[in-house]
Ligand binder design. Structure first.
Ligand code: SAM
Length: 264
């Protein structure tokens, strides 16, 4: 099992401090902003809150729970609003510092349950933030990313949060015994399809927008429909306002079993 970072890297820590200061000032000003007729509120301290377990670092979630949020059914309930002009931080800065989807503490616990002890292979890992969160929960994660973090236009950190192996989507084919994890494959690009085609195992955990959204390509979702069954989605997942992100587990259909594959 690879080494798990226990300290928050400097960039993430400094960003979180700045973001938390911005949120504190926002609430101190007695913010009364509404969005589409709904008052903005912070998740922290409400019934929607999720607490980071003792001994775990999840600066992304610590920022999210302090941000102005709305409660809208179309985004699966409470959702941080990433475009508040009076806040001073927004979705773009947050996602490039951490991850394109939000790993809440409940999400990580939900994934751990689905895995039932199995390891994970992640492809397109970006900054390695999800891999870091899973590793802190005790999951053995092998994470691949074709670009160095410093050269990755989707990422704004200088060091990854978790060790990243250099490799593209085809690396999924090397680990049939692990569950495949993917977060936010690039819109209209084929690499999620390539990963799923290369992968010989039977468990996929996917987080991102679904068919018709801004992740992956149509072939990916067609392949999922044809060869995979959705076995559940995380009820704890929080998505940015306006972003239809879901965290979903899929099992390969028996009829689509890989000939000669090890499975798990
Ligand atoms: C939108 S970012 C998402 C990053 C990360 N998974 C997250 O959720 O924050 C897409 C990532 O896919 C990576 N990528 C691009 N082409 C790829 C390929 N052929 N195989 C695997 N990953 C690829 C990019 O370098 C980038 O890190």
């Amino acid at each position: 099992m690879s080494e798990v970072m226990t300290q928050v890297p400097d960039v993430a820590r400094l960003f979180a401090e700045r973001a938390l200061d911005a949120c504190a000032s926002y609430w101190e000003r007695g913010a009364t902003e509404m969005w589409l007729g709904q008052p903005l509120f912070r998740i922290a301290g409400t019934t929607h809150d999720q607490l980071v377990p003792d001994g775990v670092s999840n600066p992304y979630w610590e920022v999210i729970r302090q941000m102005p949020s709305t409660d809208e059914r179309r985004w699966q309930g409470v959702t941080p609003y990433g475009y508040e002009p009076n806040l001073g931080i927004g979705r773009n800065g947050v996602v490039s510092t951490y991850s394109w989807s939000i790993p809440s503490p409940g999400d990580i616990a939900w994934i751990t349950d689905v895995l039932a002890g199995r390891g994970v292979v992640e492809v397109g890992a970006g900054s390695g933030y999800w891999a870091w969160q899973l590793a802190q929960a005790g999951t053995d994660v092998v994470a691949y990313e074709p670009n160095e973090v410093a050269d990755n236009k989707f990422v704004d950190v200088i060091e990854p949060y978790h060790p990243l192996l250099r490799g593209d989507a085809s690396a999924a084919g090397k680990h049939p015994d692990r569950a495949l994890f993917m977060s936010w494959p690039n819109y209209a690009e084929p690499w999620a399809t390539h990963a799923l085609t290369a992968y010989q195992g039977d468990l996929l955990i996917y987080v991102g927008e679904t068919h018709g959204g801004c992740c992956g390509d149509d072939d990916f979702f067609d392949l999922l429909d044809a060869e995979w069954d959705e076995i559940g989605d995380s009820p704890h997942h929080r998505t940015w306002w306006g972003i239809n992100c879901r965290l979903i587990a899929y099992r390969r259909k028996q009829s689509a079993a890989v000939q000669g594959g090890e499975g798990a």
